[in-house]
Design a protein around this ligand. Structure first.
Ligand code: ADP
Ligand code: MG
Length: 701
């Protein structure tokens, strides 16, 4: 149960002064709460101003800037109401100081209000944007017209919030003010010495400092108040991950000792030998499997480094111990591909494997489910369909999760509840930097495949302007003549899937004019069977060119493919480009990757393309990606920051992460039930950042 002290913060925004039934849906939209429900007071408080209007500087009229908002001290000289016939003309008020004069301009003005607020001869403070019109300085509809008493109440820096259509600054400012007055006094969850050392304010004062900025420095992401809140968010996520890990450890594991019987048959059936890196990762995984603690391990490897074989041999190990394994892939295409590649090896080694996806035939499906329950099937490969309640195992020992996304970890670990003491191996699609591992997986054990199978040739990567499309088409034609197979990727154009599809379909049609029925198409809106058919035709060489939306991004393996064309490469992130390029260069043939771009390239897009040309090292690319995404923020493109986080941004607050990790580790070690005084405070923190799911993992309920 959520502690009552949090009630005021969990009340809906709709209960705040000035928020009515009309505006509250606008708040839901502007705040887009991560919990998916209607916006709460806490969501509003975490909606920090993105900039501020500094009203403290008081320039003279002659010196005032015409760029931003200025506040001027003026004397009212004259009222100029609109002339008799023209009702649409504005009401003008002439004001001056020692250096010059200007006109305040009011359209559809309330004359009474002007008489009252700007009496002739009075001194007033007006705030707004200056502009030159018809040779005269004017300010149209000043934001503020204040007398001396009003000036005293003016905040020095006015916070400016992210809005949505129909929702104004004033409305948000007013609601935030209301929310701030509801802040309950809260116990401190941050470690005392750390708080003192960093000189951070407490939670409530941090929010106040950021929403009522005393100066522009309050908008700096390095401001102590901002750092504190970022730390709070990081700590909440690290504690949640820590609790999960502690629970897995506590539940204990079972030792699965392999005999080598099946693994050796698989190795004998392979046309190659495992790389040293693969051997090393397997040794680490087998040691975990053989221990009676639960495994929680991340297998990181570059595209094409051979993670699948490692997974298969790990699964074979638990089967040797008389138990079962499951492997979950992010898409149906991938699940099927894993399955099909494993079948011949499995047959050679006497492994019984089955495929479970969302669209199996009923009879086939019930046979598979029965086989899993009876233990007559050793390994299940599938999509998230593996989660379904109807899927049960006789004795599941190992769950392998072929990861595409970097979060939703809790959900993926649900596979672990399908057996007793299930060991978990998560595989990332591309390498990710250590900080991201910590952020999204917590303190997991990590195995790395840094070495690629021998004999791989470097991929020749080139950037080509889209204006040279005809040359590219000619080049593709020559490559096909020489027996190559070509991926042609069209990007996400925008949120609208139909448009994306149109772009890919159009490209297919254009290419078909040259290459006829040698051109295939695969996209996200196709039915599963159509997708398979298109992939298979390409795999078998019935088509030479496969035009695709990004569905092929994750893991599809066609060793004969040696050309990758990526259209609008400037729209892809670095990790995605690397992942796509990794689809070629898998066989021993020389491969080419053409990055088609539309000029002019932005700075970040250009940097990405440069890096792609420079290196194929996924670990290095991952680091650069993190760096560039940070730059994207600095350059004002305001990407969404760090996914899954509202206040913390890894590029700015990354240094706080290891501190939060260590602190979380200490909390979970010393007070695994969060029962102490500090533990109780940490519970509040988990609720505030929507990590309360993790509390279900506590020993005492
Ligand atoms: P990823 O790590 O991207 O998932 P895969 O597991 O799909 O990579 O492996 C890529 C390709 O490399 C596959 O065709 C696979 O059969 C092959 N492969 C894996 N291990 C080796 C090896 N040790 N030597 C040669 N080829 C290998
Ligand atoms: Mg893979």
């Amino acid at each position: 149960m959520r502690p009552d002290i949090l009630n005021p913060l969990f009340a809906l925004v709709a209960t705040l002064p000035g928020v009515g039934p009309k505006t509250s849906p606008l708040f839901d939209k502007a705040l887009s709460p991560p919990h998916g429900g209607p916006a709460r007071v806490a969501d509003l408080l975490f909606h920090l101003p993105h900039s501020g209007i500094d009203r403290r500087s008081r320039p003279k009229i002659a010196e005032a800037s015409h760029d931003g908002i200025v506040t001027l001290e003026v004397r009212v000289v004259d009222h100029r109401p609109p002339g008799g016939r023209n009702a649409k003309a504005p009401f003008r008020v002439l004001v001056e100081d020692d250096t010059g004069d200007l006109l305040l301009v009011f359209f559809l003005a309330n004359h009474n209000w002007i008489e009252r607020s700007l009496p002739i001869g009075a001194t007033r403070w007006v705030s707004g944007k200056l502009e030159l019109w018809d040779g005269h300085l004017q300010m149209v509809h000043p934001d503020k017209v204040l007398d001396e008493a009003g000036l005293a109440k003016l905040p020095p820096v006015e916070p400016v919030y992210g809005l949505t259509e129909g929702l104004g600054q004033r409305a948000v400012q007013k609601a935030v003010e209301g929310a701030l007055t509801r802040m309950p006094p809260m116990p401190e969850w941050i470690d005392g010495p750390l708080l003192a050392q960093k000189r951070w304010p407490d939670f409530a004062h941090a929010l106040i400092a950021l929403h009522r900025p005393e100066g522009p420095e309050a908008l700096d992401p390095q401001h102590p108040a901002r750092l504190r809140l970022a730390y709070d968010e990081l700590l909440a996520s690290q504690v949640a991950l820590g609790l999960m890990r502690a629970r897995m450890r506590r539940l204990g594991g079972r030792a699965s000792l392999g005999t080598g019987r099946i693994s050796n048959s698989i190795l004998a059936a392979l046309p190659f030998r495992p790389t040293g890196a693969q051997e090393q990762a397997l040794t680490e995984i087998r040691a975990d499997l053989a221990a009676d603690v639960r495994m929680l391990r991340l297998l990181q490897g570059d595209v094409g480094s051979g993670k699948t074989l490692v997974a298969l041999l790990a699964m074979a190990t638990v089967v040797e111990a008389g138990r079962q394994a499951a492997m979950m892939a992010p898409t149906e295409i991938l699940a099927r591909q894993h399955y099909e590649r494993m079948v011949p090896l499995a047959e050679a080694a006497g492994l019984r494997i089955a495929l479970i996806t969302g669209r199996d035939k009923a009879a086939e499906r019930s046979r598979t489910l029965a086989g899993l329950e009876a233990g007559e099937i050793d390994i299940a490969i599938g999509t998230h369909a593996l989660f379904q309640e109807s899927v049960g195992f006789r004795d599941l020992a190992l769950a392998v999760v072929d990861e595409q996304h970097r979060f939703g970890v809790h959900q993926r670990l649900a596979l672990g509840s399908k057996g007793e003491a299930v060991d978990i191996l998560v595989m990332t699609a591309t390498p990710i930097p250590r900080t991201l591992v910590l952020t999204y997986f917590g303190d997991m054990d990590v195995s790395m495949l840094r070495e690629k199978p021998a004999g791989r040739q470097p991929i020749d990567t080139r950037a080509v302007a889209i204006e040279r499309l005809d040359e590219v088409v000619a080049g593709v034609g020559r490559a096909i003549q020489a027996g190559a197979r070509v991926y042609w990727v069209c990007p996400l154009v925008d949120e609208n899937e139909d448009l994306d599809l149109a772009a890919a379909t159009e490209r297919r049609d254009v290419l078909a004019q040259f290459f006829g029925d040698r051109v295939g198409l695969v996209h996200g809106q196709m039915k599963g069977r159509e997708k398979d058919a298109a992939m298979e035709a390409f795999q078998r060489g019935q088509t030479d060119i496969l035009v695709a939306t990004t569905v092929i991004e994750v893991g599809v393996d066609v060793p004969e493919a040696t050309v990758m064309v990526i259209e609008h490469a400037e729209r892809f992130g670095l990790a995605q480009l690397h992942q796509l390029r990794g689809r070629v260069g898998r066989g021993s043939g020389r491969s080419t990757c053409l990055l088609l771009y539309k000029a002019p390239l932005g700075q970040v897009a250009q940097a990405r393309i440069e890096i792609m040309r420079e290196t194929e090292d996924g670990f290095r690319i991952a680091e650069e990606d993190l760096r560039l995404r940070g730059e994207g923020e600095v350059l004002g493109t305001r990407q969404s920051g760090t996914p899954g986080f509202r206040l913390a941004s890894l590029d700015v607050h990354g240094a706080l992460l290891p501190v939060a990790r260590d602190d979380a580790r200490m909390i979970v070690d010393q007070d695994p039930d969060l029962a102490s005084e500090r533990g109780q405070a940490v519970r509040l923190l988990l609720y505030l950042f929507n990590r309360d799911e993790a509390m279900k993992l506590l020993r005492a309920g």
